[in-house]
Ligand binder design. Structure first.
Ligand SMILES: [Zn+2]
Length: 77
């Protein structure tokens, strides 16, 4: 796995990716609201739990982009 992929994986596991909840946790901001659904925006919310992102097909788009990238790498190899 590429270093950026490993970094993303580790930061996602430990909830260290940027979200609106991050500056709230650090005392830098008061509002962790998701701009799409008005729920609490955490890493989990951004990656898989936002109902508005789901209804807009954003998760499907991201899933398909990952598969396209994998297919590209496999066909090149
Ligand atoms: Zn949301």
């Amino acid at each position: 796995m590429a270093p950026l992929g490993i970094s993303f994986l580790i930061r996602s596991v430990y909830d260290l990716l940027p979200s609106n909840a991050t500056p709230v946790r650090w005392g830098k901001k008061d509002d962790p609201t998701c701009p799409l659904c008005q729920g609490r925006q955490t890493t989990e919310h951004v990656l898989s739990s936002c109902k508005v992102a789901l209804s807009q097909g954003r998760y499907t788009w991201r899933h398909n982009r990952v598969l396209q990238e994998l297919a590209s790498v496999i066909s090149t190899a």
